[in-house]
Write a protein that binds this ligand. Structure first.
Ligand SMILES: *[C@@H]1O[C@H](CO)[C@@H](O)[C@H](O)[C@H]1NC(C)=O
Ligand SMILES: *[C@@H]1O[C@H](CO)[C@@H](O)[C@H](O)[C@H]1NC(C)=O
Ligand SMILES: CC(=O)N[C@H]1CO[C@H](CO)[C@@H](O)[C@@H]1O
Length: 308
């Protein structure tokens, strides 16, 4: 009797205390206090194009990265891009085809990403995947996120599409634990929608890909309605390709020898400034790079965020 009433008092006191304690709030978001109050959509993130296609072998022509995904993340990459293909009955990240470059299963890749997320609870991460074979979003894609433990961390908007000005702040995403944003280029706006797998082009427009012109003339290459261009975020594809066989359609590869220049501050700011007028004079939300360990892309992104 006595002990029960003591415990009753203790727990009532604990509850009262809990009610008066301020809710824990993130004070540093993606490495900077200044970013906590910024909308997710009003931050520029460094992105890794074909993040899975890493190889330190200079003869691996199908590679677009030299360092693995954990290293990309530790350098500061906060958008991971990848292209998925079926390899037998399993979804894999492959470059063009799984015969050319097989980066392993999507589930294993995501499990690796989850390790980073667990170790870095104050980081918001974007995953932007392409689905060229139209793998089923609910029966093929979602199970990979579920098995890796990422589904519970994924941000679910209250309605779609989300306009640029309607995204939450980084701070509130971190506080709520919903700090992974997942976009798919195709198949995510069908009837079998998965609430956290978002249709990319309804919310992000992209500049053209396979660019071979170093002045990066900006144009809105891929976009979907119903939101206006200005109500989208946008991504600049900061990867300059080389046409190594300039005959006919040519053979376009990305070139690590040029990456230091392509990923240089000047080159990125030129590309971003060229696009800003198309994006309501805002900076790009995403700067997608090849060979992210080369050049100075992270300095450029800090500058675009007003941090350097
Ligand atoms: C995905 O799979 C589900 C369950 O089998 C099915 O109902 C749906 O129609 C499929 N979606 C597409 C786009 O094939
Ligand atoms: C967006 O970010 C810029 C810094 O890049 C900042 O000056 C501006 O106030 C922000 N706008 C909103 C609406 O958060
Ligand atoms: C050259 C380049 O980086 N192109 C990529 C731009 O981004 C889209 C996707 O998300 C890729 O499909 C392109 O390959």
């Amino acid at each position: 009797m006595f002990s029960r009433s003591v415990w009753g008092l203790v727990s009532a006191a604990t509850l009262a205390l809990a009610a008066t304690l301020p809710v824990k709030r993130a004070t540093v978001c993606n490495g900077h206090a200044e970013l906590c109050t910024r909308l997710y959509s009003n931050v520029t993130y460094a992105g890794a194009h074909d993040s899975f296609a890493f190889s330190s072998d200079p003869l691996a022509l199908a590679r677009d990265q030299e360092v693995d995904v954990p290293t990309q993340l530790s350098l500061g990459i906060r958008l991971l891009q990848g292209q998925a293909h079926m390899s037998g009955s399993e979804l894999h990240f492959c470059h063009t085809s799984c015969d050319l470059f097989d980066g392993g299963s999507v589930q294993d890749y995501l499990t690796n990403v989850k390790t980073f997320l667990d170790a870095n609870p104050n980081e918001v991460l974007t995953l932007l995947f392409t689905n060229p074979e139209g793998a089923n979003v609910s029966t093929v894609w979602k199970p990979a996120f579920d098995a890796a433990g990422i589904s519970d961390l994924a941000y679910v908007p209250s309605s779609l599409p989300v306009a640029q000005g309607d995204w939450p702040t980084l701070g509130s995403m971190i506080d709520s634990g919903k700090r992974v944003v997942v976009f798919l280029d195709a198949g995510a706006d069908g009837a079998d929608q998965v609430d956290f797998i978002l249709p990319e082009f309804q919310m992000i427009w992209e500049t053209p890909f396979s660019v071979t012109d170093p002045t990066f003339p900006c144009s809105v290459d891929r976009i979907n309605g119903p939101l206006s261009t200005e109500d989208h975020m946008y991504m600049i594809n900061q990867s300059l390709n080389k046409n190594i066989i300039p005959v006919g359609a040519g053979v376009i590869v990305s070139d690590p020898l040029d990456a230091a220049t392509t990923n240089g501050v000047d080159s990125i700011l030129v590309n971003a400034n060229g696009c800003a007028p198309l994006g309501a004079n805002r900076n790009p939300s995403f700067v997608l790079m090849d060979f992210v360990n080369l050049g100075d892309g992270f300095t450029a992104v800090d500058q675009l965020n007003g941090l350097a």
